[in-house]
Ligand binder design. Structure first.
Ligand SMILES: Nc1nc2c(c(=O)[nH]1)N[C@H]1C(S)=C(S)[C@@H](COP(=O)(O)O)O[C@H]1N2
Ligand SMILES: [Mo]
Length: 321
């Protein structure tokens, strides 16, 4: 019988093994940025410094993706702060399917297979449709938007996302008038995403919006970041971006979208409703039992900034409430 080597969880997969030369070069580069910054961020946040990656997994581009990234930036979205250093954003992630430390997803999410990938749209729609991710990339009006993201844990980043307005997808399936909410669901693959083995947590990850929120121009489905396809740790191949809400509403690696006539149960709201409310609009006036909500820290520079109502997007969304 041939000897079959079954990889242990802590062994890196072959496609992650980096040649020593490339490793050294990247390490040189990271020394000045990621290492010092990650250490700074760790201290400022009061959490232990997590070990920064000595490499970043490469994002593979298909021929199709080469023809669409980078997409044209939409000048309507302006930042009040610098864009976050890419290597920090790509190694400081929340993706509980792949671990609870910020450094975990950059390593463990690489196990996720993102092709083929479909997004089922179901429920109260005239045209239930299963979209192939590559068909979406070919047909949707892709644009780049630079947007802030504010996690309820009081850290923030500002990144250029590539994707399309959520409402462009919803229009295609024709929501019925009785649909009041949209329910979005992440994949369920507990052998790949070992966080999902925690049977006391309500996997798969689910999030939800009202129809009005989902149809607002600011609700965005991202397929890329920093002018290239989304790395897996950021929620490839498609994730929600709702920048006026706390980070946890920005559900990653979506496989299903359902239009319903009830407020859906969501992952964090089910686990800990007092800490994570359904609506979850960024609001510095509402205190949180664990993290300060009046200020936020940028994950790369450690700069502290005041947190703004609706994360600064009130012009676009305040009328919804
Ligand atoms: N499926 C899934 N989506 C998720 C999460 C998660 O654990 N699982 N974490 C959320 C939280 S709490 C935040 S702050 C953002 C972080 O996005 P980023 O890692 O791309 O910065 O993803 C959100 N989307
Ligand atoms: Mo978050």
């Amino acid at each position: 019988m041939p000897h079959i080597h079954i990889k242990k969880d802590w062994e890196i997969s072959d496609n992650l093994a980096t040649p020593e030369s490339a490793y050294m070069r990247r390490r040189e580069f990271l020394k000045g940025t990621a290492l010092t910054t990650a250490a700074t961020v760790g201290v400022l946040y009061g959490c232990g410094p997590s070990s920064p990656p000595n490499f970043l997994p490469e994002v593979k581009w298909s021929e199709l993706e080469k023809s669409i990234y980078p997409a044209k930036r939409n000048p309507a979205y302006k930042l009040d702060r610098p864009i976050t250093v890419e290597k920090i954003a790509a190694s400081y992630n929340n993706f509980y399917e792949f671990g609870t430390d910020k450094i975990d997803p950059v390593h463990y999410a690489q196990k996720l297979n993102i092709r083929p990938w479909t997004v089922q749209v179901r429920g109260l729609v005239n045209k239930p449709t299963t979209f192939d991710i590559d068909d979406l990339l070919k047909t949707m009006p892709l644009e780049e938007r630079v947007l802030r993201l504010r996690c309820v844990e009081a850290w923030a980043m500002a990144v250029p996302w590539t994707g399309f307005a959520f409402r462009e997808l919803l229009k295609q399936v024709e929501p019925k008038p009785e649909a009041t909410h949209v329910r979005l669901e992440t994949f369920y693959q507990p052998f790949t995403a070992q966080g999902q083995l925690a049977f006391w947590e309500p996997w798969p990850y689910v999030e939800g919006l009202t129809i009005k929120e989902a149809m607002n121009e600011l609700a965005f489905l991202a397929t890329g970041i920093y002018g290239h396809p989304l790395p897996k740790q950021h929620g490839a191949p498609i994730r929600l971006v709702v920048p006026w809400k706390y980070g946890f509403k920005n559900i990653k690696s979506i496989v299903k979208i359902e239009l319903v006539n009830y407020r859906p149960a969501t992952f964090w709201n089910t686990l800990q409703g007092l800490e994570y409310d359904f609506t979850a609009n960024v609001d510095p006036r509402i205190p949180h039992p664990r993290w300060p909500q009046t200020q936020e820290k940028m994950i790369d520079t450690g700069d502290i900034r005041p947190t703004l109502p609706y994360n600064g997007y009130g012009d676009l969304v305040a009328h919804l409430y």
